[in-house]
Design a protein around this ligand. Structure first.
Ligand SMILES: [Zn+2]
Length: 230
């Protein structure tokens, strides 16, 4: 039986009267994290503490959170019973799931996107943020051979990393080194927090035939104007 759900800070806690193996997965458009609890229904304790309507549904808002807007819950199937809990997100967020074996399930939203050690700063070295575009649930463009942009950008990003490792005067951080979803806001925040000297965002754009582009594009800002070169 499910006894309670609470959300505070970056943590969703689900308390049940017995250990439950949840099925947790992401969905997008809109972004959300779904937690299915098999062989579970709402206890009387739950119904007395949290809103539950006649169709066995309810929700509560999460105020002032950067990435979560509300928590919804419902008896998703009956006979066998499954409770579904949905965390509605404003932007995709990675998460971890832990169980204490006694009925407490904890979903932690993990916001950190820095995957290599932060440069110490003050060393006089230039700080470069390498940003492989897209990733995770965001594949980006598809090529003729059906390869997706997120894999291309990660491969190029790791090559840039290997080159910068040979530069003694440059510290660098990647916004991602694996196939994970990172929001545009988190990418920019990382660079701003580090006071990076350079932010390099790698993309591979596509265009429909019969256009036949070649070469590379570089977008940059200079003297408040926006330029591109091809
Ligand atoms: Zn792109």
């Amino acid at each position: 039986m499910l006894n309670g759900i609470s959300f505070s800070d970056n943590r969703l806690q689900i308390s049940a009267s017995n250990d439950i193996e949840p099925s947790v997965f992401k969905m997008d458009a809109p972004d959300r994290i779904v937690i299915d609890l098999p062989q579970t229904s709402f206890s009387e304790q739950f119904a007395s503490a949290l809103l539950l309507d006649d169709s066995m549904r309810g929700q509560f808002a999460v105020a002032d959170h950067p990435s979560v807007s509300q928590v919804r819950y419902a008896l998703f199937t009956s006979n066998p019973d499954t409770v579904r809990i949905v965390l509605d997100l404003k932007a995709p967020s990675p998460y971890t799931v832990t169980r204490d074996g006694l009925g407490l399930i904890t979903i932690d939203l993990t916001e950190s996107t820095a995957v290599t050690p932060f440069p110490s700063g003050g060393s006089g070295k230039k700080i470069v943020v390498i940003d492989p575009g897209h990733g995770g649930t965001q594949p980006g463009a598809s090529s003729k051979s059906k390869k997706v942009e997120k894999d291309f950008t990660l491969a190029v990003g790791l090559k840039v990393q290997a080159l910068l490792e040979q530069e003694p005067d440059i510290d660098f951080v990647l916004t991602r080194t694996t196939d994970v979803t990172v929001s545009l806001q988190d990418r920019a925040k990382l660079a701003n927090d580090l006071k990076a000297d350079l932010f390099i965002s790698i993309h591979g754009n596509s265009i429909d035939p019969p256009a036949n582009p070649s070469g590379s594009e570089t977008y940059y800002t200079r003297e408040r104007a926006f330029h591109w070169r091809m």
